[in-house]
Design a protein around this ligand. Structure first.
Ligand code: PLP
Length: 343
């Protein structure tokens, strides 16, 4: 199922800047799999290459896709660092020992939630940003169709949203898995699957990428998306008619993470990138590239545009449970069997 997605992989970007005292050949290279927005991935690769003279090959893919690729390459790793993407599959990677143990000297500078991600993985991953789940909607499109905007998860089951909702496919997208895990934690598993089956009646597509649905909202192709709310801010600042809602029942969140691939060929450069990516200077590149997650270094300014995490009713997301290999695999398989197979 997942291999199908590899034919549609997003851009592979090679950042080949060779500034610095030594030529790039002497500094070597670094292969980064990136699951943040492609603009951020590109900007980070360029900045790191410029600062260090290391040649960076960067490819952007969804969180589920990267995990599947790293697993497929385990005997002969081609990636060195996985940068960004939702935390659950990074934790699964850690449990399966597909990531290397690394205690960055930067850990002391991080918020507790980011350090905890490192501690509970045995220092095989670390939090680089946080973001809350919610809905994006297009007020112009909903207005034209006389549809009141949603305020709560339960609203999305209403017949007024028939054919109006998009969420990503959890097999490829970490965002969509966070949504499923959120519903399971809010309602209990069987009720959550009843909810997802009801929601399916109103869903017009499950795109591959977590940002696909909000981009469809921005383009006026669908009324509502299930997305990280910071993604809605990006689209609004891009000039599109997009608003976001934090669901009234409360919501889940991601700890966007970073891991070094076990057996990485360029381990030294991977560690250098890892330390750099936890620094305030590197983390500010996110906001410069119009990504408005909350950064994990306490000294990185929180972008003014970022949704205020402390004002959002967040569930106590159980990262250990929902990032565990068995649980994540089981819930995604159940979704595929019971929901995705429905007409
Ligand atoms: N884009 C943004 C803005 C994110 O915060 C995340 C999650 O870390 C992703 C993309 C991940 O994408 P996907 O859901 O395709 O795995």
């Amino acid at each position: 199922m997942l291999s199908r997605h590899f034919f549609t992989l997003a851009a592979t970007v090679a950042a080949t800047l060779t500034l610095g005292a030594l030529p790039a050949a002497a500094q070597g290279s670094l292969n980064v799999y990136c699951s943040a927005q492609v603009e951020w991935c590109q900007a980070a690769a360029n900045a790191f290459a410029k600062e260090t003279g290391i040649r960076v090959n960067m490819s952007q893919k969804g969180s589920g896709e990267v995990l599947a690729q790293i697993r497929a390459e385990a005997q002969n790793p081609r990636g060195d660092v996985w940068y960004g993407g939702t935390g659950d599959p990074h934790l699964q990677m850690a449990e399966d020992k597909l990531s290397a143990v690394y205690r960055s000297p930067m850990l002391d500078q991080l918020h507790d939630w980011a350090r905890k991600q490192a501690e509970q993985s045995g220092y095989r991953t670390v939090g680089i940003y946080a973001g809350a789940m919610g809905f994006g909607y297009n007020p112009e499109l909903l207005g034209k169709r006389n549809i009141a905007a949603p305020a709560c998860w339960k609203d999305l089951l209403d017949a007024r949203f028939k054919g109006e909702i998009q969420m990503a496919n959890p097999q490829s997208s970490g965002t969509a898995y966070v949504m499923i895990a959120t519903m399971v934690q809010l309602m209990g598993e069987d009720q959550a699957f009843d909810y997802l089956k009801g929601l399916h009646r109103n869903v017009n597509a499950y795109p591959r990428s977590g940002t696909g649905p909000i981009k469809s909202v921005a383009r006026g192709e669908t009324g509502v998306s299930i997305s990280f709310v910071h993604d809605a801010v990006t689209e609004r600042l891009g000039g599109f008619p997009v608003q976001y809602v934090v669901p009234c029942e409360g919501t889940g969140y991601e700890i966007g993470s970073m891991s070094i691939v076990a057996g990485a060929r360029n381990e030294r450069n991977a560690k250098r990138f890892y330390d750099w990516a936890l620094s305030p200077a590197a983390q500010q590149i996110g906001a410069e590239a119009k990504s408005f997650q909350t950064p994990s270094n306490r000294n990185t300014p929180i972008p003014a545009e970022a949704p205020k995490m402390d004002q959002i009713k967040l569930i106590d997301y159980d990262f250990a449970k929902y990032g565990s290999s068995d649980e994540r695999r089981r819930l995604i398989e159940r979704w595929d069997r019971e929901v995705n197979s429905l007409p």
